[in-house]
Design a protein around this ligand. Structure first.
Ligand code: NAP
Length: 249
């Protein structure tokens, strides 16, 4: 029997890496996509193989359409069917107010966080949809609590991109519901990953913890649990939904 393949974008660290490791326990062949950090991506694959799973790394910059096309063409060469996609690779830049936002920065955020997600969905649907000979599948788009909270004074460009991700999840879920493809989203917030250092404040989660109803930040593994559930048959009647993972915020 052909194996089922799961692609996780941005799986070299953080939430993507935790998801790849957990998903590997589900008898899936894992494609660990990364952008720049090959060594970290290889570490995730080695971890998966050491624990009895199977996986490989594929480099691709998801802000580049050609890279996405090549990524999926490489997946086509694997003996199996792509049935799961986790759109996870996302970026943000230094915390700032609107006065300091430039078109260059905004476009980088939107190209990675929206265009990249939409194009990965497009390639996945072309392989999963029944009308194209596929068997169906499940997609999870990693959004953010920022889509609800707006990230004022930090990165409203990033928050706006995540609002678009939520709309993408809704629209695509309706578009492909009759193709046996489920599309859902998770909205994490205040998760301990290196992303906050990219925003210029490595200790951001610790600073904000007193204002989180649960009084703590979250771990990438806690987000991974929700993603893996949404991808699984246990969520077989769930589509167009979002799970909020932000400690009550
Ligand atoms: P992270 O630790 O910063 O990791 C980002 C990952 O994305 C890395 O594996 C990186 O690859 C990859 N990546 C970045 N740009 C890419 C590109 N152009 N093409 C392909 N891969 C790219 O992030 P994280 O905190 O785990 O966040 C993962 C997702 O959760 C993001 O969508 C983020 O917006 C969302 N999220 C996070 C939080 C949080 O508190 N951490 C909260 C809400 C939402 P390389 O390392 O190889 O460059």
């Amino acid at each position: 029997m052909k194996k089922n393949i799961a692609l996780i974008t941005g799986a070299s660290r953080g939430i993507g890496a935790a998801t790849a490791k957990l998903l590997a326990q589900q008898d899936l062949y894992i494609v660990v996509n990364y952008h720049k950090n090959k060594a970290a991506a290889l570490n995730i694959v080695q971890h998966i193989i050491k624990h009895g799973g199977s996986a490989e790394i594929i480099q691709a910059d998801i802000s580049q359409e050609l890279d996405i096309i090549k990524l999926f063409e490489k997946i086509d060469k694997i003996d199996g069917n792509l049935t799961k996609l986790v759109n996870n690779a996302g970026i943000l830049f230094e915390q700032s107010t609107i006065e300091d936002l430039t078109a260059s920065r905004i476009n980088k955020v939107l190209t990675t966080n929206i265009t990249g997600y939409i194009l990965c969905c497009k390639e996945a649907v072309k392989r999963m949809a029944i009308k194209y000979g596929g068997t169906g599948g499940a997609i999870v788009n990693v959004s953010s609590a920022a889509s609800r909270l707006g990230a004022p004074g930090e990165y409203i460009d990033y928050a706006a991109s995540k609002g678009a991700v939520d709309t993408l999840t809704k629209g695509l879920s309706l578009e492909v519901a009759d193709q046996n493809i489920r599309v859902n989203g998770v909205r994490p917030g205040f998760i301990f990953t290196d992303m906050h250092a990219d925003g210029g404040e490595a200790e951001r989660v610790q600073r904000l913890s007193p204002n989180i109803p649960m009084k703590r930040g979250g771990q990438p593994e806690e987000v991974a649990q929700a993603i893996v559930w949404l991808l699984s048959d246990k969520a077989s009647y769930v589509t167009g939904s979002h799970i909020d993972l932000a400690g009550g915020k």
